[in-house]
Write a protein that binds this ligand. Structure first.
Ligand code: SAH
Length: 392
């Protein structure tokens, strides 16, 4: 196995179990690693400190283990078994009311570069690193064994998530089974998952608890679900007794999915309407009929250099909602940009509120659910931020 030696002092973050090694920390290699290969990492004093997937780029190694034991089928099985056990203990797996959850959340499950979402009998697996792509067959095999009797299909979906420079030519497709039965259940509500063409793995699994909270605020309210994608928040609002629910997304395909999902849960219910329109245009032209608004935009900043524009985007978007929401209204507002901190997001919302001049109180501060755990040694894993606000 190729050995990698760090520059003096560069082992400090690894001693604190941070799972990334940046390319600048590397002194030299003993051998020539291929992209995606597992390398052993040594300090400048030639002591073993970690092993992980090598990749060309700023993050050169994603650590799989701080021990020298082999990374084989048994290793993947152990990690996946821990992940599955965690989901059972938080009540999202093995639950007749819920068969939708994230089984593996990258660094949060000590598997950097790997995402696995479960939708009923299908697991959708996504590699974000060359190494996870190379090891996909072993991981699929381990998953089949660990979740025997639960998972019958594994769909691999990494065409858009792998570094294109690595030239891995990943192909989306089934690694196990091939069922097209795509209805899953979240907190007792049904929805179609389009893992073939949908965004991410097909559904935003990370809003489960926030949707459940929204349901409690929905009785007799007029709801605007902005950036609705597959309509997740909308059908919770309907179950919660909303007077009307309007779902908006700029993607016509998202609107089709939303309509299908509403039909699946509330066939023929006249309270729901969906519009394919740009958010800013809709917010400009709409009246002041809404007293519950959800703003769950896509990540405005994917990289640090886009941060300023992103914060401005959050300010502008939220200012419009503050301007138009009915007195006594509730605003659920989110940011899923990893580079935007909780404080920065809160400041952006503060500024938007101040522009409107209205009295605003923070009712809840939201984050990602427990099936998207944050590795305590990798605080960067905390990405979802939300505020629930009462607007006087
Ligand atoms: N709230 C959703 C997830 C939102 S993802 C859920 O609970 O599942 C972000 C969505 O914003 C995507 O569906 C994308 O199509 C949509 N979007 C992106 N830019 C937009 C814009 N300018 N106006 C309206 N929708 C937009």
């Amino acid at each position: 196995m190729v050995k990698l030696y760090l520059k003096p002092g560069k082992e400090e973050s690894l001693k604190r179990f941070h799972p990334w090694i940046f390319s600048g920390a590397i002194a030299h290699f003993d051998g020539e690693p291929e992209e995606g290969e597992i390398v052993e990492v040594y300090t400048s004093k030639k002591e073993f400190i970690a092993q992980g997937h090598f990749q060309i780029g700023s993050i050169a190694v994603r650590v799989l283990s701080f021990k020298p034991d082999p990374i084989n089928l048994d290793f993947w099985k152990k990690r996946l078994a821990v992940a599955y056990d965690l989901r059972k203990s938080i009540g999202v797996a093995d639950n007749p009311d819920n068969n939708t959850y994230r089984l593996v959340h990258g660094e949060g499950d000590s598997l950097p570069g790997l995402i696995i979402d479960v939708y009923a009998k299908t697991a959708v697996m996504q590699a974000h690193s060359a190494g996870m792509h190379m090891d996909r067959m072993d991981i699929a095999k381990a998953l089949t064994e660990v979740m025997d009797g639960v998972i019958e299909n594994i769909y691999y979906k990494s065409e858009t998530t792998l570094p294109y420079k690595a030239d891995l030519a990943p192909e989306n497709g089934f690694l196990l089974g091939g069922s097209s039965d795509n209805i899953a259940v979240e907190n007792g509500l049904k929805f179609h998952v389009d893992w073939l063409k949908g965004q991410k793995t097909g559904f935003f699994v990370d809003q489960r608890e926030n949707r459940a909270l929204l349901e409690k605020y929905s009785r007799n309210r007029s709801v605007l679900n902005m950036f609705c994608y597959t309509g997740g928040f909308s059908f919770y609002a309907m179950r919660g007794g909303a007077k009307l629910v309007h779902s908006v997304d700029s993607s016509a395909k998202a609107i089709d999915l939303t309509n299908k999902n509403v039909e699946l849960n509330f066939p023929g219910d006249p309270r729901h309407e969906a519009y394919a329109e740009d958010a800013f245009k809709y917010l400009d032209r709409m009246g002041d009929q809404y007293d519950l608004i959800i703003l769950d935009p896509p990540a405005f900043a994917k990289h640090k250099d886009a941060l300023r524009n992103a914060l401005q985007g959050y300010r502008k978007l939220n200012a419009k909602a503050f301007e138009k929401i009915k007195p006594g209204g509730i605003l659920f507002t989110f940011s899923c940009s990893q580079v935007v901190t909780k404080e920065q997001f809160r400041t952006a919302i503060f500024t938007a509120a101040a522009i409107s001049g209205r009295n605003v109180r923070i009712l809840h501060q939201l984050t990602q659910p427990a099936d998207h755990p944050v590795n305590i040694y990798h605080p960067e894993g905390e990405y979802l931020k939300g505020l629930v606000l009462y607007v006087e």
